[in-house]
Design a protein around this ligand. Structure first.
Ligand SMILES: Cc1cc2nc3c(=O)[nH]c(=O)nc-3n(C[C@H](O)[C@H](O)[C@H](O)COP(=O)(O)O)c2cc1C
Length: 388
């Protein structure tokens, strides 16, 4: 059935901070676990991003580790050494050749790394969190017995971790990105500081009150803006929580995010992306869904005045076009749909089917394969439609 909703609002070029984008069909960060064991981006990743850059208005890179960490997601890329920077340069060159733009999503996992993971051991660092509170869950399938998350070490001076984001942002500039997205969503470090459930016992200026819980995210933004300027710095938030055991009671969620979003908007960021509730990111813990469901665009969108408001999470193209036409958001990021449709924006524009299923076995790397060629499967081999 073809819909009679006008999708053309999605194809009006626009400005996202200092960056001009050719359309509003944006690609959100997607961890795909194909980097080398040294966390260096490889030629397969160049091909993957090049394919999607043919039509995406803006691409946000997969989460890029700001330092070596023992994540649940082995083979994630990093940006703390020259080889990694050079790998990203090749990806950015390919993206630019195809006429698209790319922001680096800079990522510290905080409490959801594991001290026994080889990368964490090699880093010589403990697993840090804002407070000594463990998240429930944790798959770590590559560790014996699937041990789950641990109680992290409370970071004594959070500015030490801010410094990692600062250096990652500087390195991202050298790697030719168009900007930086600060990952403050999905239960990773900045989110852990924001959420009282992972930060409450802390009583210094970094924990407890909502002003204190917001401080870490604000400091990271200031550190990143130092090298990029506000027009090339975005931030991703997921106030509904869920993933990685995040979520405060609704009243507290509203109070916390209203404060934080008003504060960060004052900076005039390139964008603030509000990730909507998504069942995919909402684990069942103790028999119940964990997220605090609410309409995040409705609850917080009006607070975004000096930055560009974007959204993400289970949008259909029709709904996205309606949001853009109504001025609710400037553009929409997709995650899942870009995985199995390398030409997603063109498909939407040309009315082609969006029905290729995702191969779940190869979503986070091809566990059955050891060579880079094996890693192509379910990564760079999804079909393109025929376009005029
Ligand atoms: C395979 C996969 C990997 C993801 N990796 C990241 C990531 O590295 N950083 C991030 O912020 N979100 C990540 N996400 C979340 C997506 O960016 C997106 O916010 C979410 O899937 C909701 O959008 P969608 O409904 O269009 O997929 C990932 C999602 C999937 C399916």
């Amino acid at each position: 059935m073809t819909s009679n909703i006008d999708l053309s609002p999605l194809f009006q070029p626009t400005q996202i901070g200092a960056v001009t984008v050719r359309n509003r069909v944006l690609m959100s960060a997607l961890t795909r676990n194909r980097a080398l064991p040294t966390n260096v981006p490889n030629h397969l990743m160049v091909e993957y991003y090049r394919q999607r850059a043919e039509s995406a208005g803006l691409i946000v890179s997969e989460g890029i580790l700001v330092c070596q960490q023992g994540t649940e997601w082995p083979h994630a890329p990093g940006i703390w050494n020259q080889e990694q920077i050079d790998g990203w340069k090749k990806i950015n060159d390919a993206i630019h050749e195809m006429g698209s733009k790319c922001f680096a999503q800079i990522w510290h996992l905080g409490r959801v790394s594991h001290p026994d993971a080889p990368d964490q051991i090699a880093s010589g660092q403990p697993v840090y969190g804002p407070s000594a509170i463990a998240a429930r869950g944790g798959k770590f399938r590559f560790l014996p017995g699937i041990p789950g998350y641990v109680t992290p070490t409370e970071i004594d001076d959070p500015m030490k971790l801010v410094a990692l984001y600062k250096q990652a942002a500087i390195n991202a500039k050298e790697a030719g990105f168009d900007g930086v997205e600060v990952h403050a969503a999905n239960g990773y470090l900045i989110h852990e500081f924001l959420d009282s459930g992972s930060n409450m016992p802390r009583t210094d200026e970094w924990g407890g009150s909502l002003e204190n819980r917001s401080r870490f995210g604000l400091e990271v933004l200031h550190a990143v803006i130092d090298s990029w300027g506000t027009g090339r710095v975005g931030i991703k938030l997921s106030p509904a929580g869920g993933y990685n055991d995040m979520g405060m009671p609704l009243e507290e969620t509203l109070e916390t995010y209203k404060y934080f979003i008003a504060e960060i908007d004052r900076l005039g960021l390139a964008y603030i992306v509000l990730q909507r509730y998504s069942e995919f990111l909402d684990p069942i813990i103790d028999g119940k869904r964990r997220a605090i469901k609410h309409d995040v665009v409705h609850a917080y969108g009006h607070l975004v005045k000096k930055s560009t408001l974007l959204s993400n999470g289970d949008f259909t193209p029709e709904e996205a076009a309606e949001y853009v036409a109504a001025g609710k958001v400037v553009g929409v990021f997709w995650g899942h749909l870009w995985i199995s449709h390398p030409d997603l924006a063109k498909r939407i524009q040309n009315g082609k089917p969006i029905d290729t299923p995702i191969d779940m076995h190869t979503l986070y790397g091809n566990a059955c394969g050891t060579t880079l060629d094996d890693q192509r499967v379910g990564y760079t081999d999804y079909p393109f439609a025929e376009h005029p």
